[in-house]
Design a protein around this ligand. Sequence first.
Ligand code: MN
Length: 446
Amino acid sequence: MRTLDHTHDPTATSWIETANDPHAVFPPQSLPYGVFLADEWPRPGVAIGDQVVDLTALAEAGLLSAAATVAIRDYVDLTGLMSLPVAERVALRHQLFALLTDPKSRLATDSQLQRTALRPLASVQLLKPVDVGDYSDFYASLYHATNVGSMFRPDNPLLPNWKHLPIGYHGRASSLVVSGTAVQRPQGQLPPAQEGAHPTFGPCRQLDYELEVGAYLTGGNPLGHPIPLSAAEDHLFGISLVNDWSARDMQRWEYQPLGPFLAKSFATTVSSWVTTMEALAPFRCPGFTRGPADPPLLPYLDSTENADSGGLQLHLEVYLSSATMREQRLPPLRLSHGSFGNMYWTFAQMLTHHASNGCNINPGDLIASGTVSGAERSSRGCLLELTWDGEYGHPVPGSQRTPLRLPSGEERLFLQDGDEVIIQGWCENSTHRRIHLGECRGTIVG
Ligand code: MN
C-alpha cells in the first residue's frame, strides 16, 4: 500500500493558478497520466489545472530520473511508465510535484521550457493511454452478480464458486477505444423469438453499457510465477473509468457454456486519464465486510492489509443524453450514482487470482472490475438492472421490464442510436483534495 507524503498535502498549491481553484478537476495532488497528440505525434503527459505537461519535453530538458527518461523516450504511450518499479513511480510523482508546485523550480522559471512543455488541455486531442496487450474483465460486485443471477436463476442467483474466487473472462484488447470514440451498434446472432424458432442475424436490439473501473497493471511476473497478494498492490499502476458495452440479446444466446464472446468484444471504452495508486492513497478503505454468510477465503486471497485497506472510496455516476435531448438542449440525465467502496473483491485479489496459475502479466495490461452496482436501485450500474422490476436478489414473479423515462418524453429499456453514455468518478473525503478521474464517454451510432 502506498504511504501518504507531502504530495497529498491538501494545502499544497501550484504556480499554475488554475490547479488551485477549489473546483479544479486536476489539482496538484492528482497528477494523472495520459497520452496526447502533439504535432501529429503521440506523447505521454501529465494533467494539472487546465494544462497538460509534455513529459518528453521534461525528459529532454534533463529534469527527470534516468529510469523515467528512458521509460518516456522509448514509448509513445504509458507502457514505459507502467514498466517502472514502484520506487521509480513514486520518485517520478515527487519530481513532477516539485516542478509544478515550487515557484522556483526550473519549469516555473524557464519561460522557453514552458513554451515547449505546457499546452492547454482544451487544445489537445487525447489518445488511448496504453496500447493494451491483454484485457480481462471481472464480475466483482455482489449486488450486480446477485441481480443478474436472479433474472436467470431466481432460486439460485449466485453460483457456488462466486464467493470463493473473483470470476472473470478474457476480454478483447483490440477493440478498446478512448473516451469520445463513437461506438458502432454491433450485428450478431440473436436468440430465437420463441421456443422452437430459429435464431436470426442482425443489429443488436438490447444494447447496454456497464459502469466499471479498470486497473492498469505493471506486470513483471515471469511465466510460471504467481503474484502473491502481499505484492499485488505494487503491481497496480493506476485506475481509469471503463464502459464495457454489452449486447444483451447476443450475450443471452452465446454465453453458455464458455462465457461472453461477441456480446462484449465489439467495443470497450476507457477514460483518457490514468490516476495513479500514489494519488489514490488518501482514499483507500477496507475491502467488503464479510459476514457469517460468507465462506472463509483461501489463504492466497486473504490478508489483513487487503481487508483493512484494499478497497477504494470512489464515487461513480452515469449519465445519458439522447439525440433528442441534445436537440432540445436538455442536460444529460443522471441514471445512477454509487460507490466503488462496496465491491466484494479488491483489485489486488483480482490480480493475484489472475496470476495464481502462473499466467504472466505484462506492463500495460488492463483488468476491469465488472459492473459496479450497489444494494439500492439508484446505484445499479447497467440498464439490464436499472429497467429490471426486481429488488436486490428478488425478482417480482411474472414481472416485465419498466422503461426509463427521459426528460424529452422518450423511453428506454436499452440504448438507441444517438444515445451518449457518460461515466464520471471522483474520490472525496473531508481531509484531502478531491481526485477526479475525468470521464468516459461514448455515443452509439447505427
Ligand atoms: Mn463487464
